[in-house]
Design a protein around this ligand. Structure first.
Ligand code: ZN
Ligand code: ZN
Length: 160
């Protein structure tokens, strides 16, 4: 590889069996639906740094480290289904393979499907979910400030 100028290292791989899945790396995404805040314009998977960068149409940027991303896997195996706990709910110790991003596919204009070093690839991370889980300090502060139960706890104390 003579050209080492760019650090983007998620390479296109031929995916067996599902022709509709395209590999995404450092690319511009044309989103046709959704609000600007959940429409990515650029998705950059940096395998060397272990990060996935998403730039959104509203100008915001989310940088996920791959371990965080792996823990967010929303698939039925990891998260469980029908009220049953999934694999990640058992707080497993993730191996380096399991947090190694190998590939990222775009799914139907609404989600990403990462492929992990252990071969896991069934998690479809919707853009809305990724934005909602943005790990930047601004978004974390905003989520912390969101009152989950304001107005419920104090009410009957005043009643006395
Ligand atoms: Zn999963
Ligand atoms: Zn953010």
């Amino acid at each position: 590889m003579p050209d080492q100028g760019k650090p983007c290292l998620v390479h296109t791989r031929t995916s067996r069996g599902s022709a509709s899945r395209r590999t995404a790396y450092d690319r511009t995404v044309t989103a046709t639906t959704g609000a600007a805040s959940t429409s990515p314009t650029t998705i950059h998977a940096d395998r060397a740094a272990g990060t996935l960068d998403i730039e959104w149409a509203d100008g915001h940027r989310s940088t996920f480290d791959t371990t965080t991303l792996r823990w967010l896997c929303p698939c039925a195996f990891c998260r469980g289904e029908a009220g049953l706990p999934g694999w990640l709910d058992s707080s497993p110790t993730l191996s380096s393979d399991q947090t190694r991003l190998v590939d990222v596919a775009l799914v139907g204009g609404y989600a990403l499907a990462p492929t992990w070093g252990d071969g896991h690839h069934t998690g479809y991370y919707t853009y809305a979910m990724l934005r909602a889980r943005c790990p930047c300090p601004d978004c974390i502060a905003r989520r912390d400030a969101t009152p989950a139960s304001v107005g419920v706890t104090d009410r009957h104390e005043e009643h006395a």
